[in-house]
Design a protein around this ligand. Structure first.
Ligand code: FAD
Ligand code: SF4
Length: 337
């Protein structure tokens, strides 16, 4: 066997899915029961576009995988409530949402590629694992550096003296949900609860969700389209395929021509979608004049602390926060004109 084909074979073997039990519940109660029986070795899956590549690299090693895709309730859209197993493609093709919540649709359309959006779901996107250059690698690669704190190791290679992991929240849709003030519906063994999107995320690369591991994210309640507007801008190397290295979600509530309330939320700069409260405050009472936009973009830029663990040079990524926040706010102003 030639050296090249041997290398290909070795790579393919390293990226094989390990064997696991695959279950297909038809109801939420059945899914919860299966998860309880599987214990900590069980995991839910939806489209599998994040979980299966991660299992190939041994980031997650569930012995039992419980698919949520056969649960009809999770694929429903009722009013402004979206079931979490709606795929990103279906979400972006819903005519009513294109009109009412264009920022959500736009963020969903910017995820990866059409093929992955056909499989990937809203729920999977909102629960996406955090990412890091030292983590999103094959098992052998990670082993060669003695792993890292997020999986199998002790140290953080990005900040070696840090007691925590700084892997990055890389979902395109999550920052928009936080900016909009959407609510997430969770179902667990203890019953159902509603959580504001902003409280669903933790600024910790390992424990990045506040959800219990056996809870199912069943739906997302969007605010009715009523006097507010929002946009999403994404920075990535290629125009398709790539995860965001920066996402800017900007939301404003209008009071006539004036901004009554505003939120700017950044993706790709921290382990959670990071709200920049000073930036929102800088817009209050303004009409999104250029000076107000400059002040808000500066307030979004200053606290943004991207680390050296994704694509592009980190100081340039930080500079881009100001640029992308400005562009997002200029788009909001143009839409109001
Ligand atoms: C090459 C490539 C490029 C990508 N680019 C992007 C990108 O640009 N932007 C982006 O945002 N994402 C990107 N992704 C990630 C992924 O494709 C999408 O985020 C997708 O929406 C994930 O959804 P899924 O249904 O496939 O998730 P899954 O893989 O099924 O699940 C992801 C995680 O969420 C959990 N989960 C899923 N649904 C639920 C639920 N209802 N309740 C509780 N837990 C749940 C799973 O247990 C798992 O931990 C990319 C992936 C690849 C492989
Ligand atoms: S931030 Fe540190 S601990 Fe977290 S995945 Fe990267 S190297 Fe590992």
């Amino acid at each position: 066997m030639g050296e090249r084909s041997k290398r290909c074979r070795d790579n393919a073997e390293m990226l094989r899915l390990p064997s696991f039990r695959y279950l297909e519940p038809r109801t939420l109660n059945e899914a919860l029961r299966m998860r309880a029986e599987a214990g900590p070795d069980g995991m839910y899956v939806a489209g599998g576009t994040d979980l299966y590549p991660n299992m190939k690299r041994r980031h997650q090693e569930p012995k039992t995988v419980i698919s949520l895709m056969g649960i009809a309730e999770l694929r429903k859209v009722e009013g402004w409530k979206i079931g979490t197993c709606v795929t990103l493609s279906d979400l972006s093709h819903l005519p009513s949402f294109r009109r009412s919540h264009p920022a959500v649709v736009h963020a969903a359309e910017l995820v990866s590629t059409p093929l992955l959006r056909n499989m990937g779901t809203l729920g999977g996107n909102l629960c996406l694992d955090t990412r890091c250059n030292y983590y999103n690698q094959t098992y052998e690669w990670r082993k060669a550096i003695d792993f890292c704190m997020k999986k199998d190791g002790e140290i953080c290679w990005v900040a070696p003296s840090s007691p925590r992991c700084w892997a990055v929240s890389s979902s395109d849709v999550a920052p928009v949900m936080v900016a909009l003030g959407a609510e997430y519906r969770l179902l667990g063994p203890g019953g159902e609860r509603l959580v504001p999107a902003g409280r669903f995320y933790h600024n910790d690369g390992i424990n990045y969700l506040t959800k219990q591991s056996d809870e199912i994210l069943t739906g997302v309640q969007l605010p009715p389209p009523d006097g507010w507007d929002a946009v999403y801008h994404k920075l990535r190397r290629r125009g398709s395929f790539d995860f965001p290295v920066l996402g800017v979600a900007a939301w404003v509530r209008w009071d006539g021509p004036t901004v009554a309330e505003a939120r700017i939320v950044l993706g790709g700069v921290a382990s959670w979608p990071q709200e920049m409260p000073e930036a929102g405050l800088a817009l209050r009472g303004t009409r999104l004049e250029p000076e107000a936009i400059t002040r808000a973009a500066e307030a979004a830029y200053r606290p943004a602390k991207p680390l050296d663990n994704t694509d592009f040079e980190l100081s340039w990524r930080k500079q881009m926060t100001r640029v992308y926040a400005t562009r997002a706010l200029e788009e909001l102003r143009a839409r109001r004109a």
